[in-house]
Structure formats: structure tokens, C-alpha cells
Unconditional design. Structure first.
Length: 66
């Protein structure tokens, strides 16, 4: 039998369990891994989604969310 693929939620839960907690040196709070979706437009005018994983804390929240 083929191996069952993990869901996106299962991948995030596994990442949260296996990654050590990281504290922000500026604000002192714990950084949380989140998935950021952005739309990129190429030179022909077509757009495509871009998915990035970023670590979010209070000091970089305005920069990431705008």
C-alpha cells in the first residue's frame, strides 16, 4: 500500500512539536511560525500565489501584515 500523505494541518502540528521555541531578541516574546500567502505579478500581467513560512512576533507583525 502507498504511504498516506499528511494533511497541511498535520504538517503544521508536526512542525510545532519538533521545532524548539525561539524567543525574539527585541520584544522577548516567542516567535510563532505562520504561513504567509502573497500574490506576485509577472511581466505579462499574470499573477501567481507565493507561499512562505515566516516566524511572527510582536515587533515584526506590522512589517509582515502591513
Amino acid at each position: 500500500m502507498p504511504k498516506k500523505e499528511r494533511t497541511f494541518a498535520a504538517k503544521l502540528a508536526h512542525e510545532a512539536r519538533t521545532i524548539h521555541r525561539e524567543l525574539c531578541p527585541v520584544c522577548g516574546k516567542e516567535k510563532q511560525p505562520v504561513v504567509l500567502y502573497a500574490s506576485l505579478i509577472d511581466e505579462r500581467g499574470n499573477w501567481r500565489p507565493q507561499r512562505r513560512r515566516v516566524k511572527l512576533c510582536d515587533c515584526n507583525r506590522p512589517k509582515i501584515y502591513g
